[in-house]
Structure formats: C-alpha cells, structure tokens
Ligand binder design. Structure first.
Ligand code: SF4
Length: 288
C-alpha cells in the first residue's frame, strides 16, 4: 500500500490564485466579452478552462478591435501605467488582477520617479513583470540583468527587483550600486513564494521513495522543482496532469509499497493536483 504525501507548499502562489479566481468569477453578471491581456498563467488546463467559459487571451495590439464595455483582465505580472490609460481611453472595463506584491513595486517606482530618483530594476528586461514595472517611470528605468551593470550608474537611484529574482543577483547589484552611487534607496522586493516551494519540495524529496512533480512543461518554476527533486530522489517523475501519468510511473508505484511525495509548480491549480492524487490512489472516478 503506497503512502502519498503532498508538500507543505505546492501549487498556486497567492498572486496567481487570486488572478485565476478573479478571472473565473468575472463571467458573473457580464454581458460583454471578457479577455485576458496575455496568457493568465503558464498552464494549459487553466487556459482551456478559461476558454470553456468564453474568456480568451489577447495581446496589446488587439485592444483596438474591442468594443466599448468589453472587459480586460490584467494578469498577476501587472502592466505599465500607459497600458491602463490606453484601456481607460478605449472605455474598456478593467479587472486588475495584478498581484498586490507587484502593485507595491509599481507604487514605489512611481513615488521615487516623481522625486527625481533614477529607477533601477534588477531583473530580466524582457519579462512582462519588468516591462510593467518600467511602465511606472515612463520606461526610463535601468535594468540590471542578473544583477550586472553595463555602464556607469547615476548618482541618485531607487532600486527594486523582479519578484522572482535570485538573491545572489540582488546582492551582486547592491555591491555595484553602493560602489557607484552617492544616494540610493533599496527595496528588496523578491517574493518568497518561489523559494518556499523549492525548499519544501527538496525537504520532502529527501524523505520519499518516489516524487511526482506536477505542472505544465512550459513552466520554468515547475522545471526547476523537477531538477531539485530529482537531485534528492532518483525516482522523480514530471507529469502535467492526471491524464499524463504513464506506464513508467505505474510500473514503479505498483512494484512495491512506497512513500510517494507530490509537489507542483506555482502555476498548477489545486484541481489538477487533486485529480492526480485521486488517480494515484485508484479512486473510482480517476481509476484506470
Ligand atoms: S510569485 Fe509572489 S509576487 Fe509573483 S504572483 Fe506569486 S505571490 Fe505574487
């Protein structure tokens, strides 16, 4: 008889859960069309559930073909002030599902930009969250990718970071800034959600005979969880949902009595995790 244990921290982070809940609830009382500006999250099951409820993904160039009163959902990554102004000008309804931790960064950036600080963002310049943050200082920020500066930095700066940035990049950037800038104010805006999922998965994987990591194959944080678990537990399997549990997994878990650990990326919803657990337990609805 196998024993199944779910990691303490697994699946949706607070900001992603909030965005998906708001999107799924948005149909109530809406007569007009509803869209998300960019894919809400990296998970095919969630995107197809949204499509089933007639909520579709668009990009910024599609805004011009929407009708007055249509709804646009802003995802947890957030957007720049210019995008919000454009949506308002087009008289579109906005559901702002920007994660409050990201919104906090927007507020810092806008405040210090208006106080004549040059904004520095530590992060990936092409990541939508960084592009959104930059949109609160008229796209004038200097972005330090991996914490490295390409040229001389100005004397008076306000520093924030992408919520998923690594602590080592943050520390590297702060060393450079403290050497070069005479006046600086620093906000460590790294979110603990990614780190806590990784340490929880590593802790569990070290104690388990088998680990199952659930998430979309395109999700970078799920790929990272898989690597971490594989490092601690050689029988680690990566699946997307209950339908992708394959013969390799079954032949392993049916070959003895095992402790099986489960973890899931920050973009994996509870209902996908529940179906996997239920199928592994051989429950009727999802049994083989
Ligand atoms: S990782 Fe953190 S900042 Fe990003 S959406 Fe989740 S809770 Fe919000």
């Amino acid at each position: 008889m196998n024993n199944i244990v779910l990691a303490d921290k697994a699946g949706f982070c607070f900001g992603v859960k909030r965005a998906v809940d708001e999107a799924l609830a948005s149909q109530k009382g809406k007569a007009k069309k509803i869209y998300t500006l960019g894919p809400l999250i990296h998970n095919k099951d969630v995107i197809s559930r949204l499509q089933d409820t007639d909520i579709h993904t668009i990009d910024i160039n599609d805004i011009y073909r929407l009708e007055k009163g249509d709804t646009v959902i802003l995802r947890s990554h957030g957007v720049g002030k210019d995008v919000i102004n454009l949506l308002k000008q087009r008289q579109l309804d906005i559901i702002d599902a920007t994660c409050p931790y990201v919104k906090h960064i927007h507020n810092i950036v806008e405040k210090y930009y208006n106080m004549d600080y040059k904004i520095i963002i530590i992060g990936d310049p092409i990541h939508p969250e960084v592009i959104g943050i930059n949109g609160w200082c008229e796209n004038s920020a200097i972005v330090l990718e991996h914490g490295y500066a390409k040229g001389k930095l100005p004397g008076k700066v306000c520093v924030v970071c992408q919520t998923t940035e690594k602590q080592e990049s943050f520390k590297r950037a702060i060393d450079i800034i403290s050497d070069q800038c005479r006046e600086f104010v620093v906000f460590n805006t790294i979110c603990s959600a990614t780190g806590s999922r990784q340490s929880s998965a590593a802790e569990l994987a070290a104690k388990m005979d088998v680990m199952i990591v659930i998430g979309d194959k395109s999700s970078s944080n799920t790929n990272k969880l898989y690597e971490i678990c594989k490092n601690k537990c050689k029988d680690t399997f990566y699946i997307e949902n209950h339908e992708s549990i394959d013969e390799e997994v079954y032949s392993k878990i049916n070959s003895g009595s095992f402790n099986i650990g489960i973890t899931a990326g920050a973009s994996t919803p509870d209902w996908v995790i529940d179906k996997v657990i239920s199928k592994l337990k051989g429950d009727k609805d999802h049994g083989r």
